[in-house]
Design a protein around this ligand. Structure first.
Ligand code: F6P
Length: 334
């Protein structure tokens, strides 16, 4: 049997661990694995753009950040258009992919992706492709799985950043504001902030009042605290306020780029408290680098599970993680 594997959307620590898990499990069954290059885009050139993957090819990759297959964020298959809006994959793109996959003799594809890529996976499944999904995103914002791989690595980088900001903030009696990723979800901010000892954590799920945050900082100062750490999720907003974006989406399938919330919070806190305040954007440091041990293990387990799902004919489903158990749910539910 020949199976395909691809990852799509933003990269995420642990992707290579999933690929490694897929290749190892497939090899045990005597299956061949085709890794498609640059996500769904690899399905489009005549004969497909792929590398054949054997256990020899994947030795040692589980510890590497990024993805050996490359990825594409928005391409010909982009199915998600901003919050809640879904575009249909064009029929000609779907047909080209179908013909190329059939010619190669691929019987099932494992799609490793976040909400956008899994929306594409769902549409492909509805069009008759044998598809299994694996949840991937540092944001941890997929329903129906308690955790996505990559999240722990992102949280770990937030904690590391806060540890560093704390010492310099403490030395200078400053308020240190750290803006973190997560799009419309506050998981990274909340987990990273709690683990890193932040004093205030602003997340998209709870609108906030900047004056109250300033009062809280002043109160800390009156208690003799030299510095304060504030974590701001990039998607956080003040009550009644707008999302803070770097630029508006370009074209119909782009999503807005979030960014700038940290600076706004820092400026306001400086004006309202009079305290020396600095802000720092952690950005893609949260996505790059080696996965944590948890993400390596989770990735491997997810990869193995995806192969087992194909073996059991469980198409149109996504690997899920619940209470330390790796199971599966319909992609639609995610
Ligand atoms: O979804 C993962 C994520 O890292 C978000 O947290 C962030 O808003 C976005 O991707 C950044 O995307 P890009 O790499 O395209 O700038």
């Amino acid at each position: 049997m020949k199976i395909g594997v691809l990852n799509s959307g933003g990269d995420c620590p642990g992707l290579n661990a999933v690929i490694n898990g897929v290749v190892g499990a497939a090899d045990k069954l005597g299956w061949e694995v085709y890794g498609f290059i640059d996500g769904f885009e690899g399905l489009l050139p005549k004969g497909c753009d792929y590398v054949k993957l054997t256990p020899d090819d994947t030795i040692g990759i589980a510890k590497l950040g990024g993805t050996i297959l490359g990825t594409t964020n928005k391409g010909h298959f982009a199915a998600k258009v901003g919050e809640g809006n879904v575009a249909k994959i064009p029929a000609d793109i779907m047909e080209t992919a179908r013909n190329n996959i059939n010619e190669l003799g691929i019987e099932a594809i494992i799609i490793i992706g976040g909400d956008g890529s899994l929306t594409t996976a769902l549409q492909m499944n509805q069009e008759g492709f044998n598809v299994v999904g694996v949840p991937k995103t540092i944001d941890n914002d997929l329903e129906a799985t308690a955790m996505t791989f990559g999240f722990d690595s992102a949280v770990t980088s937030v904690v590391d950043a806060l540890d560093r900001l704390q010492t310099t903030g403490q030395s200078h009696k400053r308020v240190m504001v750290l803006e973190v990723m997560g799009r419309h979800a506050g998981w990274i901010a909340l987990w990273g902030g709690i683990a890193g000892g932040a004093h205030a954590i602003l997340i998209p799920e709870i609108d906030f009042d900047l004056d109250k945050v300033a009062d809280f900082i002043k109160e800390r100062e009156s208690e003799g605290k030299r510095s304060s750490l504030v974590v701001v999720a990039e998607g956080a907003r003040v009550t009644g306020g707008e999302l803070i974006t770097k630029n508006q989406g370009m074209g119909s399938v782009s999503e807005v780029k979030l960014g700038g919330a940290g600076d706004i919070v820092a400026n306001h806190l400086h004006v309202k408290t009079g305290k020396d305040t600095r802000s720092c954007v952690l950005g893609h440091l949260q996505r790059g680098g080696s996965p944590t041990a948890i993400d390596r293990i989770l990735g491997a387990r997810f990869g193995v599970k995806a192969v087992k799902m194909i073996e059991g004919g469980k198409f149109g489903r996504m690997v899920s993680y619940e209470a330390y158990h790796v199971g599966s749910v319909p992609i639609e539910q995610a």
